[in-house]
Design a protein around this ligand. Structure first.
Ligand SMILES: NC(=O)c1ccc[n+]([C@@H]2O[C@H](COP(=O)([O-])OP(=O)(O)OC[C@H]3O[C@@H](n4cnc5c(N)ncnc54)[C@H](O)[C@@H]3O)[C@@H](O)[C@H]2O)c1
Length: 305
């Protein structure tokens, strides 16, 4: 290595330190003073799993903000009910029945939506299922289905809708991970794997977009990590300190998610305080120490019948 190369690396290293510190400062400022909520009026917002739970509640809230909501669900009745609720409030809703595990169906959905409604500005990958049993009691069929819904469908939807966002350098992709995507939980071995995967998909998508030579800064990503939301998905939650680890209802959760999307927050736990609990207690501690805290909090999910 000649002297010029060494000097170059030293300067690059110092420049990197400066940039890292700038980004840390920017991150802290964004946490204290998040962006003003963006206007979603007339934006097309597509939500999978819109026929029930948080998907339905998000659909209602986006519609109240003037967005054109595209409700997608495998369950046509639930989906139509969501659209009916939106229209009753004079909002704009379109419904599409689609099994998001079916890649060909997702590609057809994309064609239909762009022809019949328009370019999707916000894609919310929300559909998910959660079998809760010890891993040895979960069968191959349910594990494969769960990964198809919770993981692969995210990728099919991204492959379908991201190209148009890239072409316009405008869009927002939202994914539903879980606290089970941040820490291991008994009775949820395959589910935790799927929600860690969602986090991995979103993190690597962020890296890929950041490295794209076209400078795709107009495409935003948000990943949501809910704890327990009272939608019926989690059949037997176990919570020792109910006040500290509050179960949210679907409406409360949707309020926070829509706000996080509008403020372009990258990652958000529900409730938000759990972010710090996870980051500064569980992630920093040795595994056995974290487990000992978990024993004290005695929170988790009991096996379903
Ligand atoms: N409820 C919770 O406690 C909780 C906690 C953490 C994360 N999450 C995640 O949040 C998301 C929403 O959860 P929820 O509790 O509102 O769920 P929910 O069960 O109330 O609703 C899920 C919706 O997804 C639809 N769906 C299922 N499979 C589908 C498929 N193949 N194609 C299209 N639609 C399909 C269902 O028909 C249903 O309408 C999920 O991804 C879930 O894993 C939920």
């Amino acid at each position: 290595m000649d002297i010029a190369e060494v000097v170059n690396i030293v300067f690059e290293f110092l420049w990197t330190i400066l940039k890292v510190n700038y980004e840390i400062l920017r991150g802290v400022c964004k946490t204290i003073l998040p962006n003003e909520p963006k206007d979603v009026k007339d934006d097309v917002v597509l939500i999978t799993g819109a026929g029930h739970g948080m998907g339905r509640e998000m659909a209602l809230r986006f519609a109240r903000l003037g967005a054109i909501v595209v409700c997608v669900d495998i369950n046509a009745a639930g989906n139509e009910e969501t659209a009916r609720m939106i229209r009753q409030e004079k909002g704009k809703a379109h419904t599409y029945q689609c099994d998001v595990t079916d890649r060909a169906a997702v590609m057809q959905l994309k064609e239909k939506v762009s022809r019949e409604v328009g370019d999707v500005a916000i894609l919310v990958n929300n559909a998910g299922i959660m079998p809760a049993r010890p891993v040895l009691e979960q069968n191959e069929k349910e594990i494969r289905l769960m990964n198809d819904v919770n993981v692969n469908a995210n990728i099919w939807m991204i492959q379908a809708f991201l190209p148009n966002m890239m072409a316009r350098n405008y869009g927002h992709i939202v994914a539903m991970s879980s606290m089970a995507g941040l820490m291991g939980i008994r009775n949820l071995v395959p589910y935790c794997g799927s929600k860690y995967a969602v986090r991995g998909i979103m993190e690597s998508l962020a890296v890929e977009l950041r490295d794209d030579p076209r400078g795709l800064t107009g495409i935003k990503l948000t990943t949501i990590f809910p704890y327990i939301v009272d939608t019926g998905l989690c059949k037997h939650p176990r919570i020792r300190f109910q006040k500290l680890m509050k179960v949210l209802d679907a409406g409360e959760a949707a309020d926070m998610i829509v706000d996080a999307v509008r403020r372009e927050i990258v990652e958000m736990t529900l409730p938000p305080e759990l972010h710090y609990m996870n980051r500064f207690i569980f992630r920093l501690l040795p595994f056995q120490a974290a487990c000992t805290w978990n024993d004290f909090f005695n929170t988790g999910v009991d096996a379903q019948d």
